[in-house]
Design a protein around this ligand. Structure first.
Ligand code: CA2
Length: 145
């Protein structure tokens, strides 16, 4: 059994309370449950975290390098701004899957660029909360190969 880190960036703690037209009514706690179930189904344990702080996400990526077999990350708005996350992912040896609830390419132009995608093993967007499950399945497959 391996450990998979699921990391969430800024404002994702607000899911389900505001902007439900964009992000839906599912809360982050609901998504955590979904991830725990997907992890169990794949025989992996899941560590699920959220932070509004870029540096804390960098710390957790570095931690994942020694404690996890892979990472699923929704970097939130840091997707579009963070060279620090890009560098951290580039520096670690474990595969990282980038996930977004919304289709970032169907939204404002400033969301079309991701600093994370070039260093991610895979990218999923637009599938809502189900995307996290698909990302864990994809990561589990990659870990088997
Ligand atoms: O679609 C995604 O998952 C995003 O990563 C969500 C980020 C956004 O900046 C990215 O472009 C795409 C925003 C997360 C903020 O979520 C909120 C939820 C409820 C109320 C306010 C913000």
């Amino acid at each position: 059994m391996a450990t998979v880190y699921v990391l969430n960036g800024p404002n994702l703690n607000l899911l389900g309370s505001r902007e439900t037209a964009v992000y839906g009514a599912t809360t982050l706690a609901d998504i955590e449950k979904l991830c725990m179930d997907a992890g169990q189904r794949n025989g992996h344990s899941v560590v699920f975290r959220q932070s509004n702080h870029e540096g804390e996400l960098v710390d957790w990526l570095q931690e994942a390098n020694t404690k996890a077999a892979g990472v699923v990350i929704n970097p939130g708005a840091y997707t579009h701004t963070s060279i620090a996350l890009h560098d951290a992912i580039r520096a670690i040896g474990v595969p990282v899957i980038e996930v977004h609830l919304s289709n970032i390419f169907a939204r404002e132009e400033f969301r079309h660029h991701s600093y994370v995608s070039p260093v991610a093993r895979g990218v999923l967007c637009g599938f809502g909360p189900k995307g996290y499950e698909l990302a864990i399945d994809g990561l589990a497959n990659a870990l088997k190969a």
